[in-house]
Write a protein that binds this ligand. Structure first.
Ligand SMILES: [Zn+2]
Length: 297
């Protein structure tokens, strides 16, 4: 925890993509009851997750599809009652790059409707299902009033403002767009649980031992806490994946390591984004060229 040295602490953000049934019945369109039951396990894991977070006083961010909120409203209310943050995570975990603009708008609107119906809130943070964006998504996030996103991978432990209008072509030089007033809290496939743990026939081998994954997650944390004070370390976890016994025990060991390290705080994505934004006003930040805001933009 913080050591009183005056150096800015590393913020550890535990985020849960609470996909539950939406991943299987929605995005993957499965009608196979045993496959869909893998998502049902998320609802079984949630009480143990909430109990642990409560007993360790760790605030977390739950990126939750509207489909999950409607399937398990009482669990959603329990998450809210414990003071955790919610982020928008689509309607049924759609990959928006596969739809058109009308379809993408509907995904946002139906997600918001579910939050309003079940919890009476409107989240201001977004985590894209599958970390998947369309060329329209940055613009739509601004239109819908989001303050931050946590899906890009342009940095490891530093927030930045997203750009709009980049042009990527296999035949032309890359063209950078300009930064917009939308804070990015970068994610990473290396710091998420699904690819290493979930077995999907013909697609994902998964089923790696937690000790191997612990080495990766711990290594990134040790680097960040030593060399990136003031930064943000984000784990992207899924209740249906990390909640399994052997993986959950690993998670508890890891959190203990985080908590016993000097100069670490646990906070939500929203809390970090709000503070970073206040300390890095958009106009001022854009005036200083960087990798994320090239002078050519
Ligand atoms: Zn998800």
């Amino acid at each position: 925890m913080t050591d009183g040295s005056g150096e800015r602490p590393l913020s550890v953000c535990i985020t849960f993509d609470y996909d539950a049934l939406s991943l299987w019945a929605g995005m993957l369109g499965s009608t196979n009851p045993t496959q869909i039951s893998r998502g049902e396990f998320a609802a079984v894991a949630m009480p143990r997750i909430l109990t642990y977070l409560r007993s360790h006083r760790i605030p977390a961010t739950f990126a939750t599809p509207g489909h999950t909120l409607l399937a398990y409203p009482d669990i959603a209310k329990a998450i809210a009652a414990d003071g955790h943050e919610f982020a928008h995570h689509g309607w049924v975990h759609e990959l928006v790059s596969l739809t058109d603009e009308a379809g993408e708008r509907e995904v946002f609107e139906r997600g918001f409707e579910a939050f309003e119906k079940v919890l009476g809130i409107r989240p201001t943070g977004y985590r894209a299902p599958g970390f998947d964006f369309s060329p329209r998504t940055v613009s739509l996030l601004q239109e819908f009033g989001f303050s931050y996103d946590s899906s890009f991978m342009g940095d490891d432990f530093n927030a930045y403002y997203l750009r709009e209008g980049d042009q990527a072509s296999p035949t032309q030089p890359y063209r950078f767009g300009g930064p917009v007033d939308l804070v990015e809290l970068p994610a990473s496939w290396a710091l998420t649980d699904v690819p290493c743990f979930e077995f999907v026939w013909g697609a994902l081998p998964g089923l790696r031992p937690p000790s191997a994954v612990e080495e990766i997650w711990r290594g990134d944390f040790d680097f960040a806490v030593e060399r990136n004070p003031g930064g943000i370390y984000i784990l992207t976890l899924h209740p249906q994946t990390i909640g399994r016994g052997h993986r959950w025990l690993m998670f508890e060991r890891l959190v203990e390591h985080f908590a016993n390290s000097d100069n670490v705080v646990f906070e939500t994505l929203g809390a970090y984004a709000a503070r970073w934004r206040s300390e890095n006003p958009h106009d001022k930040w854009c005036a200083t060229p960087s990798v994320h805001a090239p002078a050519t933009s």
